[in-house]
Design a protein around this ligand. Structure first.
Ligand code: NAD
Length: 516
């Protein structure tokens, strides 16, 4: 294993906002278990320093016109594409994922950056609103930046999640402070370097590294908005603290995502799509599929084809194109996968593909695994595995598939496979999931950056992408300018007469809906 820029991990450490005397925490590559670098173990004081510097930088930045902000971020877009080889090496080395899965991160950052750079000016433009009194009240809605946005992010998409969520915050005129997961802090530090090179003014993109439990509280207590991506359990802790501080937050949390394969689906396409949906990033993807409901007439055939395809998947930790799945990212995650699998098999599940650790490929490799006959009391029937394990269940019809897919405390992402796209859309509309893909894996909805992405139920609060993904980082301000007459009885008109006139006016508008 050689990375394009072996000096990168050591150099990147200096981009962390930390006092010089902080102890360091090693960063290991799951591909080999070897240490590939070390980052400072920041303290609450470092967080306060980072937020203060961000706040200082924000004072100037909020006055920079949106098109100028967009120009800087478009230069960042170009830099990400130009430096994709070393970014891919870094993402692969610190997560263990395949090169193609790492490329999804690079492509996402470029795409989301380009999307918001091109749309931010329109989304942030002051908007005329209907005034209290037509013609007499001129009302305008402005969008002001929140100030400093804190981003707390997980280890599974260490480039995409902090960067693609920070970009709209920056374009809206905020400064950002990122707390990446301790296992994977290097990719975002490389992005920070590229933002610097693109001309982002110093201070606007701060990174602090260390324990979430330690750095979370001072971060939440000092920023103006929190963007959190991670587990539902941590999301609750963060939400409580944001509530106490009366600040807004957006939370992208866990899932137990479902695919539905209807009997009229092209099974060849469905098998390919479901394979990608389940095993991208070795299943360590918030929107990856962990349950598949198949209409009974095609269930046996689907399982046969799916198991055969999964057995033929190419696994490797090499830093090259080709392999379809890499390693699990941490020993803790491998432990969850192993425990949940043992529990399911102990309760009667059948392993039809995979099921084994693969230490011959790397310390944390595990085969992509397909199960059938999973009983309802198995942990993985309802809890998120976040690994390369999927359960297939036969169902009588689409109604049962919808009912069972919806029978979950989560509601993040679902796929529907069918020969009839209209029917697929109708089934999708009955699913209680924030995103649903018909005849494609998660890339169809996630890649539609113009549309909101996020979870229903315990899978999240708020949305990324689309207008919501940018406007959530703003405070709406309404300025209403009154002209000529006050909104009160004019001189010589009694209150009763004025009230009667308003009642008549309201009755008129009720019949003539020219105004809201
Ligand atoms: P996690 O909740 O353990 O950690 C996420 C981040 O929160 C890390 O940076 C961690 O250091 C920090 N953290 C931990 N405790 C904290 C605290 N008390 N206060 C503040 N910060 C704290 O999640 P994880 O294991 O890193 O990530 C996996 C989870 O993330 C899965 O449940 C997955 O579904 C979810 N996820 C969701 C999305 C989405 O878009 N919905 C995307 C990716 C991952």
């Amino acid at each position: 294993m050689t990375i394009t820029d072996p000096a990168a991990p050591a150099r990147l450490t200096s981009r962390v906002t930390a006092s010089e005397d902080r102890p360091t925490m090693p960063v290991h590559s799951p591909l080999t278990g070897a240490a590939i670098g070390a980052v400072p173990r920041c303290t609450g004081d470092d967080v306060i320093t980072a937020v203060r510097a961000a706040r200082d930088a924000h004072r100037e930045w909020r006055r920079v016109p949106v098109p100028e902000r967009a120009r800087i971020l478009l230069r960042f877009h170009d830099a990400v594409l130009d430096h994709r080889a070393d970014l891919l090496d870094l993402v692969q080395t610190e997560t263990g994922k395949s090169r193609y899965a790492a490329f999804e991160e690079v492509a996402d950052v470029a795409y989301v950056t380009r999307y918001y750079a091109h749309t931010a000016a329109r989304l942030l433009r002051p908007k005329r609103r209907h005034g209290a009194l037509p013609l007499l009240t001129r009302t305008v809605e402005y969008r002001l930046p929140k100030g400093v946005v804190g981003l707390v992010t997980p280890w599974n998409y260490p480039l995409t999640l902090p960067v693609s969520d920070a970009v709209p915050a920056l374009l809206a005129g905020n400064a950002t402070v990122v707390k990446p997961a301790s296992d994977t802090p290097l990719s975002v530090l490389r992005a920070a370097e590229l933002l610097d090179e693109a001309g982002l003014p110093p201070g606007l993109f701060q990174v602090v590294t260390g324990s979430g439990a330690e750095l979370g509280p001072p971060l939440i207590d000092s920023v103006d908005f929190v963007m959190f991506t991670g587990s539902t359990a941590t999301g609750r802790v963060i939400a409580e603290r944001c509530a106490r501080n009366l600040i807004g937050f957006s939370a992208e949390l866990g899932g137990k995502n479902a695919a539905i394969v209807l009997a009229d689906a092209d099974l060849g396409k469905a098998v390919e799509g479901v394979t990608r949906s389940c095993f991208a990033s070795a299943g360590q993807l918030c929107i990856s599929i962990e349950r598949v409901y198949v209409e009974r007439p095609v269930a046996d055939r689907f399982v046969e084809l799916f198991a055969d395809r999964v057995r033929r998947m190419r696994l490797s930790g090499e830093l090259r194109w080709g392999p379809e799945m890499g390693s699990i990212t941490s020993a803790a995650q491998l432990d969850t996968v192993t425990r949940q699998l043992r529990d399911a098999v102990g309760k009667g599940a059948t392993v039809v593909a995979g099921g084994q650790a693969r230490p011959d490929l790397g310390p944390l490799f595990f085969e992509p695994t397909v199960l059938t006959d999973v009983p309802g009391d198995a942990t993985l029937a309802r809890e998120e595995t976040f690994g390369p394990v999927v359960a297939v269940y036969p169902v009588d019809d689409a109604d049962e598939a919808v009912e069972r897919a919806n029978d979950s405390r989560y509601g993040l992402n679902a796929d529907v496979w069918t020969g009839d796209p209209k029917r697929g859309e109708a089934v999708a509309r009955r699913l209680e999931f924030g995103t649903v893909n018909v005849n494609e894996d998660y890339t169809a909805s996630w890649g539609s950056a113009d549309a909101p992405m996020g979870g229903m139920k315990e899978s999240g609060v708020g949305r990324r992408h689309g207008r919501e993904g940018l406007l959530k980082y703003t405070e709406p301000q309404t300025v209403a300018v009154q002209r000529l007459l006050p909104i009160a009885p004019p001189r010589g008109v009694s209150q009763a007469a004025y009230a009667r006139a308003l009642v008549a006016w309201s009755r008129l508008l009720r019949r003539l809906p020219i105004l809201p």
